[in-house]
Design a protein around this ligand. Structure first.
Ligand code: ACO
Length: 302
């Protein structure tokens, strides 16, 4: 799978841990020690659609719109139930009517699942490309009196244009239905059993990475980059330790953006791409995990 381009957007409004000290009984020290998060960006007038649009427009720069046959938007926070964000993007970006456009809701695993879906569909559409977007306005789903949850999340969007190029890729993924670990309540607000999710994340992510490495016949040290869903520094650190892999392999920008759910992996990829960190032929492992519970690993060459 070839990434032709990337894009991203975060709202300018930045909320620091000090801002949260004024809202809930917490401290900068607690948040940094438990999560590694220092700040997150929070939508004001921005919507999931406008953030998705901004990221998608960047990713579409220099791309021939007629090459796009598929638009997938990963989100669990669409502005409305229907029409889908993807369908609205198709029209706003002037993409052909023949594109297949729909949203995918797999929470923090959403972008990874969109990528896996695109890979399968593009096999049947040689030469064609997919526009993949992860966009979330999680702030609209937060209870700002629940200190165990509200300090973790941020808003934003990331996008990529991908094309199947016949090179081998390796994947591992799954779902373990557990509606009480992360869910939205009767008011539509996000609730989470933090410790349960933490333990799931460390165990399952580590095993999923081992599975995908075994399929590819590689050791952790032979990877160039691991881009995990940006949920918590301690989760990434524990995964690295269990794998016996150096922390330098693991990209992190959660300190600035918090957990942006489905947007976190494409946001990270766009930052890495723009910083020149991603070089042709490098082995990149993407790892998504979250509500469902769901998870997925995807190994490919940049
Ligand atoms: N500030 C200060 N104290 C707090 C805060 C806060 N913001 N939040 C919780 N506490 C308190 C708790 O009340 C508790 O106090 P008590 O001991 O008096 O009862 C204490 O801190 C410890 O609470 P825990 O929940 O056990 O803390 P933990 O070390 O597990 O850290 C955290 C909590 C950061 C949420 C962690 O469990 C975590 O990161 N979990 C994973 C979350 C995640 O990755 N989610 C990703 C998926 S999200 C999705 O898919 C949409």
């Amino acid at each position: 799978m070839k990434f032709l381009s990337t894009g991203s957007f975060v709202p300018p409004r930045r909320m620091t841990n000090q801002d949260f000290e004024k809202i809930v009984d917490t401290s900068d020290q607690w948040i940094v020690e438990r999560t590694g998060i220092h700040a997150r960006h929070v939508a004001e007038e921005e919507t999931t659609l406008t953030m998705a649009m901004a990221a998608a427009k960047q990713a579409m720069e220099g791309v021939d719109p007629s090459a796009i046959c598929l638009v997938l938007v990963a989100t669990f926070t669409p502005d409305q139930a229907t029409p889908s964000v993807a369908s609205q993007l198709q029209q706003a970006l002037g993409l052909p009517e023949e594109v297949l456009a729909y949203d995918i809701n797999a929470a923090c695993s959403g972008f990874l699942f969109a990528l896996l879906t695109a890979e399968r569909l593009l096999e049947a559409m040689p030469g064609k490309c997919a526009l993949l977007v992860g966009a979330e306005k999680v702030s609209g789903r937060l209870d700002y009196t629940d200190r165990g949850t509200c300090i973790l999340f941020g808003d934003g969007a990331g996008a990529a244009v991908v094309q199947a190029d016949g090179r081998p890729t390796w994947a591992d993924y799954g779902n373990r239905s557990n509606g009480s670990a992360i869910y939205t309540d009767e008011k539509g607000l996000l609730r989470m059993e933090g410790r349960q999710v933490y333990q799931f994340a460390v165990r399952t992510v580590t095993q999923s990475i081992r599975n995908v490495l075994e399929k590819a016949g590689l050791e952790p040290g032979q990877l160039d980059h691991v881009v995990c869903h940006q949920a918590n520094h301690r989760i990434i650190e524990a995964v690295a330790r269990h794998l016996g892999a150096p922390m330098e392999l693991f990209f992190e920008n959660l300190g600035e953006y918090g957990n942006t759910s489905a947007a976190s992996i494409p946001l990270a990829l766009d930052e890495m791409h723009r910083n020149g960190m991603l070089k042709s032929g490098q082995r990149v492992l993407l790892e998504g995990f979250g509500s469902g519970l769901s998870w997925g690993s995807y190994l490919f060459e940049w």
